[in-house]
Design a protein around this ligand. Structure first.
Ligand SMILES: [Fe+2]
Length: 392
């Protein structure tokens, strides 16, 4: 039985077992109309929104990325929904943003930002955790050595989507943070190394962590795509990348040393991964920045690879505090703000995120000095010496 005005009310002939006999479902007529006027057959209605969101990713090499697109005043973002919305839009587009001017004495930016956005992801490291150099560290992150490009916690079945690092002290020489867009490298491979790209979609790498009473392991392909229309008409879009050489598990030849079939497959995979590695480590693709005290970076842990230069532990103190958030939490806040915050829609529509004018149009001007990346273009050799090549 259906009544249609002003809402659609449906009393079901076969309702959910044990529901009360007077149970009625109510639908907004506009929602019914959207589904009714769908002439393309049965499609997943949510898939359309997911495609739309995937199209908001803007891949970058460092030479094209303007730092002013991705820097925000921390207090603005904590207090002002417009600022948070634009920061999350830019985060979605570029995969990372920086918050600056965190008040001295505030030592838990990740906790405050996690609460502001939604909630933190708890792991065996705790809701937030400290990165300090310690003697006999159980994780390379807690040493002063160079730490190559990686993603965190790929030994989980569902690794955290986003990571924050709040710089509380950085008095040591060195210790610059490095970022590179793995989605850009994947796109370059799809276009210019198509066979190798296909291998990295299929071949799974194992990751593991077994230490101090914890034992995690999981395997992922390097590129994980989802079915949906891409920007240039391809039938799939990149969902996540999985790449974390420091935490890779050993490979096993199923048939032992005489297993030439799997040996050949492995060699093809290794060559493909080397192409990916070289693309991510190209100087022009690396965004290098030394976090200053009172700054925090928030980045997509399934897209933007992070690394750290070695630092001199005797020089001073280096202390970062980190935290994770799930992709669902970040995207939920982005969606609710997009529908709730009354931005000037016309101005918003005119501003593609890549033009960098979004903040300017909203009057969100950064109050401090600009982020500056090293201008030295002759660093290729020096960079190459720092990245030894995990598989070579
Ligand atoms: Fe890390």
């Amino acid at each position: 039985m259906i009544e249609s005005s002003p809402e659609f009310k449906v009393k079901w002939l076969t309702d959910i077992p044990n529901f009360p006999t007077d149970h009625v479902s109510t639908f907004d007529p506009r929602t019914i109309d959207i589904y009714h006027s769908n002439r393309v057959g049965l499609v997943n209605s949510l898939g359309v929104s997911e495609e739309h969101e995937a199209l908001r990713n803007i891949t970058w090499s460092a030479k094209e990325l303007k730092p002013e697109y991705i820097q925000f005043d921390y207090t603005d973002v904590i207090n002002n929904d417009d600022a948070l919305l634009v920061a999350l839009q830019q985060l979605k587009a570029y995969g990372f943003v920086f918050f600056r001017n965190i008040t001295k004495g505030n030592e838990n930016g990740p906790k405050a930002m996690g609460t502001r956005v939604g909630r933190l992801r708890d792991t065996f490291y705790g809701e937030t955790w400290d990165v300090k150099s310690v003697a006999q560290a159980k994780n390379i992150a807690y040493t002063h050595q160079f730490l190559g490009f990686h993603m965190d916690l790929l030994y989980f079945a569902d690794p955290p989507g986003y990571q924050m690092l709040h710089c509380i002290k950085n008095g040591c020489r060195g210790g610059e943070s490095l970022f590179t867009d793995s989605f850009y490298a994947a796109e370059q491979m799809r276009l210019h190394h198509n066979d190798a790209w296909k291998i990295l979609k299929d071949f799974k790498i194992g990751y593991h962590y077994r230490n101090a009473g914890e034992h995690y392991r999981y395997s992922h392909p390097v590129f994980k795509y989802r079915e949906s229309l891409g920007r240039t008409g391809e039938k799939e879009t990149l969902d996540v990348v999985n790449y974390s050489p420091p935490f890779q598990a050993p490979f096993v030849l199923r048939g032992g040393l005489g297993d030439s079939v799997n040996q050949a497959k492995f060699e093809e995979f290794r060559d493909a991964l080397e192409i990916f590695q070289r693309l991510t480590e190209k100087r022009e693709n690396i965004f290098e920045y030394k976090l200053a005290e009172g700054e925090m970076v928030l980045f997509n842990n399934r897209r933007v690879l992070h690394a750290r230069n070695a630092f001199e532990p005797g020089d001073g103190e280096r202390w970062l505090r980190g935290g994770y958030m799930d992709t669902d939490v970040v995207m939920s806040k982005l969606r609710t703000l997009t529908s709730d915050v009354k931005l000037d829609v016309e101005k918003w529509r005119k501003c593609a995120p890549e033009c960098g004018a979004v903040q300017a149009n909203l009057g969100l001007k950064y109050k401090g000095a600009k982020l500056e990346t090293p201008a030295n273009a002759d660093m290729d050799e020096e960079i190459a010496s720092r990245f030894p090549g995990y598989l070579l």
